[in-house]
Design a protein around this ligand. Structure first.
Ligand SMILES: *Cc1c(COP(=O)(O)O)cnc(C)c1O
Length: 359
């Protein structure tokens, strides 16, 4: 039998999508993906390897990852009245949540925002509505959000806090207004919590439709793939049925558990990254040819004012520095680039290369 036409095999939305593209970063100073640039101290690494020996690889992992879930609860101060759901990265949690929705449901998020909300919604055949942020401040356009909520009656609204790729924290009063107006669920995605001094975790007890999502990726464990969501037990009980039983593998459970028992070195790395964020921000503000936007995350968004961002991005790459070019997305991101905060020497190399690329 010849292969049937793809149009008859797959959903229209899937055929129209492009796969999530990740640039090849080998041999570059890698400042494109919000990773923690630091590795583990030698003594910690040795202790971790010893700890990994306890993983029974011939057995399925604990399907509920109970020990790890309890450790995450404690370290993130999740209220006792909230339940917690673990995912293979928070990306998987977005997918689990959207898979449980009726196929007529709508998903809403401000834009520019985290691209996986739209990508996963469309891949599942759901309706997706993006609502533009306010120009330049990148804050929520509350009247536009409320109008879109009224029009679309979204089953789920995603709000990244701080937002990716803009780096800012939305006005918490606007988020509260959205929580009050939403007919469905509101996910506050706190992927960058380690770099911000604000959170909705304390408000979990206050709202029946609030879910807070976090990940260990940006903290320094991106290779593990571990995220979690906290929220009302009645909601997470349903989502837990959609989750594949062994989604958190044994090595991830053991490693994340170990890291949470040794929080000091990760906290110190986070402190260094936050300190460097200030250094890079000051340096960018001193360059007239760019405009840098305030950030509560481990990256800085900036706009090129004198040259097309594509040319500046290429110039950086030519000098061995890889950041993220967001300009192709157009709209509010025209001529915008995003640089992850790295080690001090990486940041200096980036700034030097940027000045050369702008010249
Ligand atoms: C990076 C990122 C995620 C994805 O986190 P993983 O746990 O690595 O899947 C989720 N939300 C936002 C806003 C992010 O920037």
């Amino acid at each position: 039998m010849p292969l049937p036409p793809l149009e008859t095999l797959f959903r229209r939305e899937v055929l129209a999508m492009s796969a999530y593209h990740v640039a090849d970063a080998s041999n570059y100073i890698k400042l494109d993906a919000m990773e923690n640039p630091y590795s583990w101290p030698d003594d910690i690494q040795q202790a971790w390897l010893q700890h990994l020996k306890t993983c029974p690889l011939n057995r399925y992992p604990d399907p509920e990852a109970k020990v790890l879930a309890d450790a995450l609860r404690r370290s993130n101060a999740i209220p006792e009245t909230s339940a917690i759901l673990l995912g293979n990265g928070s990306d998987e949690i977005i997918q689990i949540l959207l898979m449980a929705l009726p196929n007529t449901a709508a998903v809403l998020a401000p834009e520019p925002g985290f691209v996986m909300y739209k990508q996963i919604a469309l891949s599942l055949g759901l309706r997706y509505r993006g609502v533009p942020l306010a120009a330049e401040s990148f804050d929520l356009d509350l009247p536009a959000m409320l109008a879109a909520i009224e029009a679309e009656k979204p089953a789920v609204i995603f709000l990244a806090y701080p937002n990716n790729p803009t780096g800012n924290l939305f006005d918490p009063a606007a988020i509260e207004a959205i929580l009050a107006a939403a007919p469905g669920l509101v996910v506050v995605d706190e992927a960058y919590a380690p770099f911000a001094d604000a959170s909705f975790i304390e408000r979990l007890a206050q709202y029946d439709n609030l879910l807070v999502m976090r990940t260990v990726s940006k903290l320094g464990l991106a290779g593990l793939r571990l995220g979690f969501m906290a929220g009302p037990p009645a909601l997470l009980e349903q989502l837990n049925k959609v989750r594949l039983p062994y989604n958190i593998n044994c090595l991830t459970q053991a490693t994340a558990g170990f890291a949470l028992e040794h929080p000091q070195f990760l906290l110190e790395q986070t402190r260094l990254i936050r300190e460097q964020r200030g250094v890079v921000m000051q340096a960018l503000q001193a360059i007239d040819a760019v405009k840098a936007y305030p950030s509560a995350a481990n990256f800085i968004l900036f706009r090129t004012l004198t040259k097309p961002a594509g040319a500046v991005f290429a110039g950086l790459k030519q000098q061995g520095v890889l950041i993220k070019n967001l300009s192709a997305q157009g709209g509010l991101l025209e001529n915008c680039l995003r640089a992850t905060i790295g080690k001090p020497e990486e940041n200096q190399a980036f700034l030097q290369a940027l000045k050369a690329a702008l010249a």
